[in-house]
Design a protein around this ligand. Structure first.
Ligand code: SF4
Length: 267
């Protein structure tokens, strides 16, 4: 079995959701404009490091979805997202704070670690490069709201960064957050993940995979007014037995769990 961050985080969020997705093959339909745009934008970023025309690449990639039936957030639209993307790419080039040497090798880096006795853990890291001259692991995010910076040190608790630090053995990690808002902004956030966090994450993976292999998939619905994790869960229709909701949100791909590591490319 090959595990990934997406799988482990889904299991930790709700084991029942893990079963819906990875055992039964239910997947959320790819109709969220923000998700599709994020993928196009990351390809444009790769073009920037390869010294190609990143805005032209964004236009080509995002242009393919101009007439697609995507779900836009209130206030978002194809044109607006494209212009924000171009502004962010220009700002990123002007700031010139991130360097990736040998981008063919150091972008979308695949790491495969053994999980004894018989499993593996695969991670796709957005990049390994330099932020303000310090070598670090790089993770891109496109979002509509700023990443919280207070209280200080929040970033060092980010589970995805801890996971990638564990998988790569690199302590210095950075998140570059491309914030799509009226005046687009880029946050350059860096932190250090220590040995103990990496060791604990390894234990968390061992514990989660042990429970997966023992077939423990109890729901963690997390219902507690007003935060209800089920409300934003794509599998809500399955848990409620609501076929209309299932048809609207999900598609079924039996056997999709074999290709789970591809999800890493979406994160
Ligand atoms: S709807 Fe709730 S219980 Fe069902 S998978 Fe999602 S989070 Fe878990």
């Amino acid at each position: 079995m090959t595990y990934s961050y997406t799988q482990i985080s889904q299991y930790l969020r709700c084991p029942r959701g893990y079963r819906h997705r990875y055992l039964d093959g239910w997947r959320e339909k790819d109709t969220r404009a923000a998700l599709v745009f994020g993928r196009c934008f990351e390809r444009a970023l790769a073009a920037y490091f390869l010294q190609e025309d990143s805005a032209a690449l964004l236009s080509k990639e995002w242009g393919a979805y101009r007439d697609a039936q995507l779900e836009y957030r209130k206030g978002d639209g194809w044109d607006q997202m494209f212009h924000q993307g171009v502004q962010l790419l220009e700002q990123f080039a002007r700031d010139s704070r991130v360097e990736v040497h040998q981008p063919q090798r150091n972008l979308q880096v695949k790491l495969l670690n053994p999980l004894p006795p018989n499993d593996d853990f695969v991670a796709y890291i957005d990049g390994v490069g330099y932020l303000d001259g310090t070598r670090c692991l790089l993770e891109w995010k496109t979002t509509t709201s700023r990443y919280p910076e207070q209280p200080e040190g929040m970033l060092s608790l980010d589970l995805q960064l801890i996971c990638y630090s564990w998988a790569s053995g690199i302590s210095d990690v950075a998140m570059v957050v491309f914030v799509r808002k009226r005046t687009p902004e880029i946050q350059y956030l860096r932190t250090t993940i220590n040995d103990e966090q990496r060791r604990e994450f390894g234990e968390l993976v061992g514990e989660a995979t042990g429970r997966i292999e023992a077939g423990q998939f109890l729901p963690h619905s997390g219902i507690r007014f007003p935060q209800n994790g089920c409300t934003s869960c794509p599998f809500l229709g399955l848990c409620l037995g609501n076929e209309q909701l299932v048809d609207a949100k999900l598609i079924r791909q039996p056997g999709a769990s074999d290709l789970d590591w591809l999800d890493q490319l979406d994160d």
